[in-house]
Design a protein around this ligand. Structure first.
Ligand code: GAL
Length: 421
């Protein structure tokens, strides 16, 4: 382990010329992530192949479970047992929570030699620096996912009149028409994070300023006011269109229902597009991607990233960890990963020429939202609040969506959850 730390230090200062192949051949990288669906595994497979070509040994530590709740539990026990992975999928404020525990190595030499500061939007650059502008880099970003999407099966939409809904009233009209045509209107999964994903979509449909006050600022008056009542009431109405079999259903199985003409629509971030692409389905032909009703000017962002753990006796990133960070941010990887994953590159200046119309729309809408103040962090995907606050709000929403609780009671619980320290 000592040798590894020395080699890494040499590599970091650029003194290890010619030795990197030998170092690489000896280094194995254990990588913890939750990318196990069809589209997700294709995307992470690009990184595995790339690192293998560079001479590293990839030890895959995949923990299934959308949005990573199970992966985070596995990570905590590995770290407590003194056996952290070389790299793990961590994002948003959680990067800072782990960095504050002094268990991460910085990846400054990779970030500085490739000028990440210039090549990332400032909002994202700060997150990679554990929340500090101009601080050390602790994370390497993969891509930008937009969360506020509605996926619609094209044939089902045509049977329901062909008009993409842009308001909740139009949405309910389409859902009713699908129902009348014998089509299950909504494919919904059954896990707490999927409940929260839908709920935050509906919060966003009240406007980005409302979303920011409620979800970023946790403003009590906003959390308990009339617009929040409307949010819960709308969620309740949407639930009326779910099928009985949603309990425990994974998000990608819900996507498969839309792909295979078993259901009309799904609310999901654009990792769902990775599933459509993996099934050779084309936007505009087989399916339609549209912003969630009422959210066309806004953009809930979700940026995946890896952090790098100190192993015993190690205080600097190893050559392998730095190579991993550099590869993740390289333009060629950024392009291929997002083509499979459904996202768009987070690195600025990567060409969008090979991307489909949904990705191009995501890119254009991101630019508009950035300028107009509509670019907001996703709560359901770990970008907006600490784990504790996000967890408390998730409990409130999921309880509401899995019981007959009244909106008034849910709002009281929400106001309390927002006070979680
Ligand atoms: C998100 C993650 C995405 C996607 C999704 C479902 O939280 O950021 O990359 O994989 O979970 O697993």
């Amino acid at each position: 382990m000592k040798v590894r730390a020395i080699m890494a230090a040499l590599a970091a200062t650029g003194l290890m010329v010619g030795a990197s192949a030998a170092q690489a051949a000896g280094e194995s990288l254990e990588v913890l992530h939750w990318w196990t669906s069809g589209g997700e595994s294709k995307a992470i497979g690009v990184l595995k192949d790339d690192m293998t070509k560079q001479g590293y040994t990839w030890k895959d530590f995949a923990v299934a479970g959308g949005a990573g709740a199970a992966a985070m539990t596995a990570l905590r026990s590995q770290v407590i047992a003194g056996n952290p992975p070389s790299a793990a999928q961590i994002k948003g404020p959680l990067i800072k929570e782990w960095a504050d525990q002094d268990v991460l190595v910085d990846i400054n030499s990779a970030a500085k030699s490739e000028n990440w500061q210039k090549n990332l939007p400032p909002e994202i650059d700060t997150i990679m620096r554990a929340g500090k502008k101009d601080g050390d880099y602790y994370a390497a970003p993969f891509s930008v996912h937009r969360v506020n999407w509605l996926y619609i099966n094209k044939a089902a939409l045509d049977k329901a009149g062909g008009k993409v809904p842009t308001t909740w009233d139009e949405f309910f009209t389409v859902a009713d028409k699908m129902k009348a045509a014998g089509i299950m209107p909504i494919a919904m999964g059954g896990q707490p994070w999927q409940d929260l994903t839908l709920w935050e979509d509906v919060v966003l449909s009240q406007g980005a300023p409302f979303y920011k006050k409620a979800i970023v600022d946790l403003d009590q008056a906003t959390l308990t006011g009339p617009q929040m009542h409307k949010v819960f009431d709308t969620v309740r109405k949407i639930q009326g269109y779910f099928d009985a079999g949603r309990n425990g259903r994974d998000w990608n199985l819900a996507t498969a229902m839309v792909i295979n003409n078993k259901a009309g629509m799904q609310f999901m971030g654009d990792w769902a597009k990775g599933e459509f692409a993996n099934a050779n389905k084309k936007p505009g032909v087989d399916y339609v991607c549209a912003p969630v009703p009422g959210t066309d000017k806004a953009y809930t962002f979700n940026v995946d990233s890896f952090v790098f753990f100190k192993e015993k006796g190690q205080d600097k990133a190893t050559a392998g960890q730095l190579a991993l960070a550099k590869t993740i941010m390289s333009p060629a990887f950024q392009e291929q990963f997002s083509l499979y994953k459904g996202s768009i590159p987070v690195r600025l200046g990567v060409s969008m020429a090979k991307f489909d119309d949904c990705a191009k729309k995501s890119y254009a809408d991101e630019q508009t939202a950035l300028k107009a103040g509509g670019y907001v962090p996703s709560l359901a995907h770990g970008m907006a609040q600490s784990d504790a606050v996000a967890g408390a709000i998730t409990d409130v929403v999921t309880k509401f969506m899995n019981s007959n609780e009244s909106t008034d009671d849910a709002i009281k619980a929400l106001a309390n959850a927002a006070k979680t320290k």
